[in-house]
Design a protein around this ligand. Structure first.
Ligand code: CTP
Length: 410
C-alpha cells in the first residue's frame, strides 16, 4: 500500500478566496486579536487583504501586526495615509469589506452613515458587500439601540456573522462574543458567492452521510460513510451563491456557515426530509450512503444475550430507494460507490434512478472512498458521455459536479 496522495485543494481554480481583494476593518475591542488570525487565514486562502483600523483598535493590536500579516500598509488616519484619498481607494479596490470586530459604536455609525474613522469611511465609500462580526458585552448587544441598528443594517443588506454566546471579556456569559475565524471566513465565502456566484438564486439540495437503522434502542445497522463528500459539495455550492440545504445522516462534521442543515437518522427520515427539501429545488445531489436494508422490526428493549446463545439472526427488509422515489428535484445527480464493474453498475443506476448524471467511484481505490479528503471519479451522463476526472480534493470534485449542474441549468 502506497502513501495516500496529498490533497489537491490548493488548486487555484478551486480556492474561493484566491485573488479576492478583501478590506478588513478592525475596531476597538479585545476581540481585535482574533482579527490578526483572520487576516492571516484570508492571506493563506489566497486573498489580498488591506486593513483599516479605528484609533481605538490600535490600543489593542498595533498596525504593525496587521501590516506584517497583510503585507500592505495599514490605514488608521486618512490624513496621514501614504495614498491620497485612501478611504475611497481602499473601498474601490475591495471585493468585500469585513468588519471584525465590529463594536456597538461601529454598528451605530454604520446604521446612521456616520464616518468618524477609516472603518466607517470605507464602509460608506464602498459598493462591495459588507460583512460584520460584532463583538461587545451582552448588555450592549441586547440593548434596544444596538438591536435597532442591527435591524437597519440587515435591512440594508449588511451580512452578520455572529455574535455567538459564550464567555465575554467582562467575565459574564452571554451573546456578544465575536464569531470564530472559520465561521467568519465561511460567511465571507457565502456572501461573495451570493454576490457574483454562478449559482446565486438557485436552491441546491445535497444529501450526506450514512444512515443508522435501529436494531434495538442501543444498536443500529450503519456504514462507513463520513459525510465528507456531501459536505464538500454543499460548501462548493454555497461558495457559488446557491441556497444550500444539506440533509445528513449522523456525521461528526460541523455545519459550514450559511448552509441549512437537516439531521436525520434513518432512510425513512432522509426520504421524508428530502421530499420537503426538493419540492422546489434546482438540483438534488445524492451523496449519502443510505442503508439498503433495515432490521424488519426494531426490538423495543435492548436485546439481551441468552445463556448459551451463540448466534443472533437479524431479519433485514429492503429500504426504499430515496432518489428513485423522489419525483423531481431539478437536476438529479447520484453517486455510485462500487468495488468492481464500475461503469456497468453505474450506468444501470443512472437509468433506474432517472438521473441526469452519476458520479461513480471505486471505493477501494487509493485516495478515494470513505473518510478520505480526496476522490477520483468517473461521471456518466444520460446522453452517453463519460468523463474521467483526476484524483482531486472532495471540494474540487464538488465544483466539478456543480460545473455540470450549472451547465444543465443554463
Ligand atoms: N440511494 C438512495 N436510496 C437508497 C440507496 C441508495 O437514494 N436506499 C442513492 C445513493 O445516495 C446514490 C445512489 O442511490 O446516489 C447509488 O447508491 P449505491 O449505494 O451506489 O447503490 P445502490 O442503489 O444502493 O445499489 P447497490 O447497493 O446494489 O450497489
Amino acid at each position: 500500500m502506497g502513501q495516500a496522495p496529498a490533497p489537491m485543494d490548493e488548486h487555484p481554480e478551486r480556492r474561493p478566496l484566491d485573488g479576492r481583494h478583501i478590506a478588513l476593518g478592525v475596531c476597538g475591542s479585545i476581540a481585535a486579536f482574533k482579527a490578526a488570525d483572520l487576516c492571516s487565514k484570508l492571506r493563506q486562502a489566497g486573498a489580498e487583504v488591506e486593513v483599516v483600523m479605528t484609533p481605538a483598535a490600535t490600543q489593542f493590536v498595533t498596525p504593525l501586526t496587521f501590516q506584517s500579516l497583510s503585507g500592505r500598509d495599514v490605514v488608521v488616519d486618512m490624513f496621514t495615509a501614504a495614498e491620497p484619498e485612501a478611504h475611497v481607494e481602499v473601498a474601490r479596490r475591495a471585493d468585500a469589506l469585513v468588519i471584525a470586530p465590529a463594536t456597538a459604536d461601529c454598528l451605530a455609525n454604520l446604521a446612521h452613515g456616520q464616518t468618524p474613522d477609516m472603518v466607517t469611511l470605507t464602509a460608506l465609500a464602498t459598493a462591495a458587500p459588507v460583512l460584520v462580526a460584532p463583538a461587545m458585552d451582552n448588555q450592549m448587544w441586547e440593548h434596544a439601540a444596538t438591536q435597532s441598528n442591527v435591524a437597519a443594517l440587515r435591512e440594508r443588506g449588511i451580512i452578520f456573522a455572529g455574535p455567538v454566546s459564550g464567555r465575554l471579556a467582562s467575565g459574564r456569559a452571554g451573546a456578544g462574543r465575536m464569531a470564530e475565524v472559520p465561521a467568519i471566513v465561511g460567511a465571507l465565502r457565502a456572501m461573495l458567492g451570493s454576490h457574483d456566484g454562478d449559482l446565486r438564486g438557485r436552491h441546491v439540495v445535497v444529501s450526506a452521510g450514512g444512515t443508522n437503522e435501529p436494531i434495538d434502542p442501543v444498536r443500529y445497522v450503519g456504514n462507513h460513510s463520513t459525510g465528507k463528500m456531501g459536505f464538500a459539495i454543499a460548501e462548493a455550492a454555497r461558495d457559488r451563491g446557491a441556497r444550500v440545504t444539506i440533509v445528513t445522516g449522523p456525521v461528526a462534521l460541523e455545519t459550514p456557515a450559511g448552509i441549512e442543515r437537516v439531521d436525520v437518522k434513518t432512510v425513512a427520515e432522509m426520504l421524508a426530509a428530502l421530499e420537503v427539501a426538493t419540492s422546489r429545488s434546482d438540483a438534488v445531489i445524492m451523496a449519502a450512503a443510505p442503508a439498503d436494508f433495515r432490521p424488519d422490526v426494531p426490538a423495543g428493549q435492548k436485546i439481551k444475550k441468552q445463556p448459551g446463545q451463540e448466534r443472533l439472526a437479524l431479519e433485514l427488509v429492503l429500504n426504499p430507494d430515496i432518489i428513485a422515489t423522489l419525483p423531481g428535484g431539478g437536476v438529479r445527480v447520484g453517486f455510485a460507490a462500487e468495488t468492481e464493474n464500475l461503469a456497468e453498475y453505474a450506468r444501470r443506476k443512472l437509468t433506474s434512478k432517472r438521473l441526469h448524471f452519476i458520479v461513480a467511484n471505486d471505493v477501494t481505490a487509493a485516495g478515494s472512498g470513505f473518510g478520505t479528503e480526496t476522490n477520483e471519479v468517473v461521471i456518466l451522463h444520460d446522453d452517453g458521455r463519460v468523463e474521467e476526472l483526476p484524483l482531486q480534493s472532495k471540494y474540487a470534485v464538488g465544483h466539478a459536479i456543480l460545473d455540470r449542474v450549472a451547465a444543465r441549468l443554463g
